[in-house]
Design a protein around this ligand. Structure first.
Ligand code: UTP
Length: 235
């Protein structure tokens, strides 16, 4: 069975408590399941995690404990997505990679949040892709691809259709030099992508339907990171 790990940014799942895209995300993931794909969704913490982590900074909490609080928020978001997926999801959020693999034996969509301090859910997705032998890792956040610089700050930034894993690592290292830079993917995830050889695909998560358009419909728009370029549709 084709396995895919999808990193769902908290900011595109629940932009704020007045506006959420849970039902649209559930529909998009259910479409993949119906097409015969084993889906693993790794959910981020979004604005809520950032707000809680700011409170941690305010009370001078150490970084690792602040990360633990961030992880709890990602798991709350994971529970909400499970709720929206109803019977299509395994009924509880996996808290480790081994649990995720075990839950996948049910054939249902497996949802999880963060795992361990010092990283983000992008790294969780990259490790999970390696552990499950996924054919692809898809990163869905509030951008339509990877750019040479932050397009909000630099109007001359250009979007890449394809990047090598080393090209992505170089880009992250360059951006790290710029204070306040916000890369689409973190360095740990980029390094795991390089060693695993599993292609990483960046698709605009503000429109959840774009994932089934690409994976099932063959209409892809975004950035592919990898030595081997995947063919769309993948099933
Ligand atoms: P996210 O993965 O949501 O971080 O985790 P992010 O970069 O803000 O991602 P987007 O914006 O949703 O795409 C939220 C926080 O939870 C902690 C970190 O503190 C992270 O910033 N976390 C998450 C961990 O410490 N370990 C994990 O495995 C996951």
């Amino acid at each position: 069975m084709t396995r895919v790990v999808i990193s769902v940014g908290g900011s595109v799942l629940i932009p704020n408590l007045e506006q959420n895209r849970l039902k649209a995300w559930a529909d998009a993931l259910i479409n993949l399941t119906k097409a015969g794909i084993q889906v693993f969704a790794v959910v981020g913490g979004g604005g809520e995690a950032r707000r809680y982590i700011n409170v941690c900074r305010d009370i001078e909490l150490d970084e690792a404990t602040s990360d633990e609080i961030g992880i709890k928020i990602t798991r709350i978001n994971a529970m909400l997505l499970i709720g929206a997926l109803k019977d299509y999801a395994y009924p509880c959020a996996a808290e480790s990679y081994s649990e995720a693999k075990q839950f996948a034996l049910s054939g249902k969509i497996v949802v999880m949040g963060g795992v361990t301090p010092g990283q983000t859910t992008d790294a969780v997705s990259a490790v999970l892709a390696e552990e499950t032998g996924a054919s692809m890792m898809v990163n869905m956040t509030a951008v339509d691809g990877i750019y040479s610089a932050d397009p909000k700050k630099d109007p001359s930034a250009k979007k890449y259709d394809v990047l090598t894993p080393q090209g992505l690592i170089d880009l992250i290292m360059k951006e790290k030099m710029n204070a306040g830079s916000n890369m689409v993917i973190d360095l740990v995830a980029a390094k795991i992508t390089e060693r695993s050889g599993i292609p990483l695909v960046v698709i605009d998560g503000r429109n959840p339907a774009l994932i089934s358009d690409a994976l099932v419909g063959g209409k892809f728009s975004g950035t592919v990171v990898g030595e081997k370029i995947p063919k769309f549709p993948i099933v």
